[in-house]
Design a protein around this ligand. Structure first.
Ligand code: NAD
Length: 329
């Protein structure tokens, strides 16, 4: 990436900085010469994700909750740019407990956004989601064509976009929403009921257990390696062209992989570390509620306005991820 497209010499806040995406973003922002404050309540984030930064004088941890307005105000003090990643992810979690997902993902979002506005923050970049496309049938997904949401989680992420756009209009704060598509890579949590499919398959294979594929395995997604997401956040933080501001962008690689293909990739790469994994076959379970059958992003808008150019495709990213899990689980 060109140097001028990387944020440096700024004071930034990463909410959810102890999570999967937030900790990777924090690492990259520190590496490129920024001061980083992390606000996290460790509900799904992990201390071990931020351990490598704890002795870095440019890093500050605030243990707090985005649902608490005072914590938000404390976190945005002397900050130039906010990267808002904190939320409760997972469609199934939001179906089981829509109240908490709504509290955090909408209530916490508005508190963070208002605190940012009140303290005169220049730019608020936030994690939006491909789930906002809901039941719209078109592929690839284009930013301005969305359907009805299929889960409480999807509703929360769409409402966030509405608030951000409205705050840009009424208060003049610069906002950019990045609609992530199924992000994966180092530090994504393999544990718990709401773990994402890639770390879940990986951990199951490492234990020589049988992975369960929901549905018949034909469900497909635009799986996006973490480094592409980091690139998009840097680009969103430095872009100056007015037409690029107050927008939402698809952030993906722009290729579709079915769950069956995904499983085969992971098994092949894991076999490089343990030959016996090759003989493990998946079983098929019921399809998941609230899931769309296929997802694929058009990344033309991000290419055109942010100069986004994803560098790692799903196959290369999976190879990296498998290696990471092998050495770190
Ligand atoms: N991972 C994906 O594929 C994906 C796809 C689309 C959108 N997103 C969005 O990206 C963001 C980051 O997701 P992730 O995959 O890194 O998830 P994650 O669960 O690993 O990270 C979320 C972080 O937010 C923190 N958090 C949650 N509630 C909080 C609260 N009330 N106060 C303070 N901190 C809180 C958690 O402790 C955690 O560290 C989320 O907004 C998510 O909705 C992720």
């Amino acid at each position: 990436m060109l140097m001028e497209r990387i944020l440096k010499d700024s004071s930034v806040l990463v909410t959810g900085g102890a999570g999967f995406i937030g900790s990777n973003l924090t690492e990259s922002l520190l590496h490129s010469g920024n001061k980083v404050v992390c606000l996290d309540n460790f509900s799904t984030g992990k201390k071990k994700n931020i351990e490598p930064f704890l002795n870095n004088p440019e890093f500050k941890l605030i243990e707090g909750d985005i649902r608490n307005y005072d914590d938000c105000l404390k976190a945005v003090k002397n900050i130039d740019i906010v990267f808002h990643q904190a939320a409760l992810g997972s469609v199934p979690r939001s179906i089981i407990d829509p109240v908490t997902s709504t509290d955090v993902n909408i209530g916490g979002f508005v508190k963070m956004l208002f605190a940012a506005k009140e303290s005169g923050i220049k730019r608020f970049i936030y994690a939006a989601s491909s789930s906002t496309y809901g039941d719209h049938p078109d592929l690839p997904k284009v930013e301005d064509k969305i359907g009805s949401p299929l889960s409480p989680y999807a509703i929360t992420k769409y409402v966030d976009e509405l608030f951000a756009a409205n705050f840009a209009k009424i208060y003049g704060i610069e906002v950019i929403g990045l609609r992530y598509f199924n992000v994966f890579g180092r530090r994504q949590d393999p544990d718990g009921a709401y773990a994402a499919v890639i770390p879940k398959f990986m951990k199951t294979l490492m234990k020589h257990e049988v992975p369960v594929i929901n549905g018949d395995g034909s469900v497909s997604r635009d799986f996006t390696y973490i480094d592409n997401v980091i690139q998009a956040n840097h680009l969103a933080s430095v872009v100056q062209n007015k037409s690029a501001l107050n927008q939402v962008y698809n952030i993906a690689h722009g290729e579709r992989t079915s769950l069956n293909q995904l499983f085969t990739f992971i098994r092949t790469f894991a076999t490089e570390f343990d030959k016996s994994i090759l003989s493990i076959e998946p079983v098929y379970g019921p399809a998941r509620e609230g899931d769309i059958p296929h997802s694929l992003a058009s990344i033309e808008k991000a290419k055109r306005l942010l100069f986004y150019s994803p560098t790692i495709n799903v196959e290369v990213g999976l190879k990296e991820a498998v290696k990471w899990y092998w050495n770190n689980l």
